[in-house]
Design a protein around this ligand. Structure first.
Ligand code: ADP
Length: 543
């Protein structure tokens, strides 16, 4: 211990006992003795002078706070006060100091009291260790730890995301596999029935009843296949964002009547009773009547398919404020609660219902939902569970004004139009001949050609009003044949219609550039053909 008389001395070497002076002067640990409550420097060893970078003479007699300016978070002065007050030694680690050199400087302190008269503290002794290196390492380690923690958390999140993705992917692959199995099954059925009908035709020869039966069978199966393929095309249009609707002012009741008419054969075949409650007043919508009828046809067909024979189906529609609301309710097998949220997903079929799907691929309701959404509406499915029936509720925005008055009957009659000269060009002989026969029955004069070159020659000779031209043909394809026709002096007159097996979306521009006026998807729907031929002017429109 250093006595009071030893503390007050000024000058570079205060009067310490030889041993303690030796110890202190030679010690590599910076040490300073502070006097009184204001901590005035009374002694410092050379190591301390080196630490603060000042001459010892300049430091003695100044307060510690002056000598060593503290960083904002530094607790050293408070520590000196405490030790001076209590007399109990204390340590304080890694306190930041404001220093001239770049970067922060950290000191650790060991402080103990210097006892004076009556063993009361007369000052404090401070031993300083420069702990900058450890502090910086510690901070870096903390930062690294923090970063590791963050990356571990992120890694965990990524693993979870990857797991959920792979679960979803597996589910998608499973439903796609299931879909392919159902699709093959559904395509094989009509094909088997059609080849049966062809056999029957061969065997029956000219027997009219058998021929009529085979024809009916083929027509039904063909319709089924066309419907499947149309649905698939719609799904692919949805997937590529190319599905469009053509809006016009329609009355909801008319759309519902179309749907009922189309679903009637299935409903009757299964012996269901159908109740229809339509609103008394017109309920105008700005909608695509074909797509909307498809929505309700799908819902009615499902109600019929998923009900035991002799069930009840109720179709009702009403206005609810600015919306038209349509309910399709059945007393059928119902939908378990777990499946309800998923019935609108593509390829989803409730396992226990699969046997009843009857030509369904699990895409009908997803199409229904898309069509309703494209009209700005929404659809919900309700069911109390298995055996409790189901209800589908469609809400659509109603049109603001009343629907346009219908065209008078005489005008509609006139719209059917006159007889046309039609040239059909298709390398598929059967397709060309069947289309030609249909056109012939409709009262038009028809020629066929089976490749592009023959098509151009036939057009030159026959001078048709309309050319229905397949696009994909060997050697001279439909595009080239159209260009050659347009290049002829008479070639601007015919109305050129392109026929293709694919949706019009990708080919539309090419078809237009080649000189076609219209584009139709094969197999050409009878309605579309009738409409097209009826709508042509006596002098058909040209570019
Ligand atoms: P599907 O071609 O299988 O009929 P949908 O997409 O139309 O496909 O329907 C999806 C599934 O929703 C059906 O397989 C069936 O399990 C269930 N479902 C649809 N409508 C009904 C209904 N009215 N009653 C019970 N289940 C239904």
């Amino acid at each position: 211990m250093i006595g009071e008389h030893e503390l007050g001395a000024a000058g570079p070497t205060p009067p310490l006992s030889r041993l303690s002076r030796y110890l202190s002067e030679q010690s590599p640990l910076p040490t300073v003795a502070l006097q009184g409550a204001t901590h005035v420097v009374s002694y410092l060893n050379p190591a301390f002078a080196r630490l603060v970078g000042k001459d010892r003479r300049d430091l003695v007699g100044r307060s510690f706070a002056e000598v060593v300016p503290e960083g904002p978070e530094n607790g050293c002065l408070a520590l000196l006060d405490r030790v001076f007050r209590t007399g109990a030694p204390e340590n304080l680690a890694e306190q930041e100091h404001r220093q001239r050199e770049p970067g922060p400087v950290y000191w650790s302190y060991a402080v103990w009291a210097i006892l004076g008269e009556g063993d009361l503290p007369a000052g404090v002794m401070v031993q300083v260790t420069d702990s900058t290196e450890t502090a910086v390492y510690r901070q870096r380690a903390a930062a690294v730890n923090e970063a590791l923690l963050v990356s571990a958390t992120r890694q965990h999140e990524l693993v979870e995301e990857a797991e959920s993705l792979s679960t979803r992917l597996r589910a998608a692959v499973r439903s796609r596999d299931h879909f392919l199995a159902v699709l093959s099954h559904e395509l094989r059925n009509p094909l088997a029935a059609m080849s049966g009908a062809v056999h029957l035709l061969k065997l029956a020869g000219t027997e009219p009843a058998a021929a009529e039966r085979s024809r009916g069978m083929m027509e039904r199966q063909l319709k089924q296949m066309v419907r499947l393929v149309d649905d698939l095309l719609d799904i692919s249009r949805i997937a590529t964002g190319k599905l469009e609707i053509r809006r016009e002012r329609v009355d909801l009741a008319a759309v519902l009547r179309d749907a009922v008419e189309a679903s009637r054969p299935l409903i009757d075949r299964l012996g269901h009773e159908l109740t229809v409650a339509l609103p008394p007043d017109p309920l105008p919508l700005d909608a695509d009547p074909t797509r909307l009828a498809q929505v309700f046809l799908n819902l009615l067909n499902n109600a019929a398919k998923y009900s035991d024979p002799g069930g009840h189906i109720r179709l009702s529609a009403a206005r609810d404020g600015t919306e038209a609301v349509v309910h399709v309710r059945d007393t059928g097998i119902g939908i378990p609660a777990v499946h309800l949220p998923h019935v609108f997903e593509v390829f989803v079929q409730v396992d226990t219902h699969w046997q009843r799907a009857q030509g369904g691929l699990g895409i009908g309701l997803s199409l229904v939902k898309e069509f309703v959404a494209l009209h700005g509406g929404r659809i919900e499915a309700h069911s109390e569970g298995l055996g409790k029936g189901s209800e589908f509720v469609v809400r659509l925005p109603a049109a603001v004004e009343a629907p346009a008055p219908e065209a008078p009957a005489a005008a509609a009659e006139e719209a059917r139009g006159p007889q046309r000269r039609v040239l059909v060009v298709d390398d598929n002989g059967d397709a060309a001949e069947s289309l030609a026969q249909v056109l012939g029955i409709m009262g038009h004069e028809v020629r066929t050609a089976h490749d592009g070159e023959a098509g151009v020659a036939a057009a030159a000779e026959f001078r048709p009003d309309v050319v229905l031209m397949d696009l994909g043909m060997p050697k001279v394809d439909g595009y080239e044949a159209a260009r050659r026709i347009r290049a002829e002096p008479w070639g601007r007159a015919p109305y050129l219609v392109a026929l293709t097996g694919w949706g019009a979306d990708d080919d539309r521009r090419r078809v237009h550039t080649a000189g076609f006026d219209r584009h139709l998807v094969k197999p050409v729907a009878l309605d579309a053909l009738t409409e097209l031929l009826a709508a042509l002017d006596p002098a058909p429109p040209r570019h």
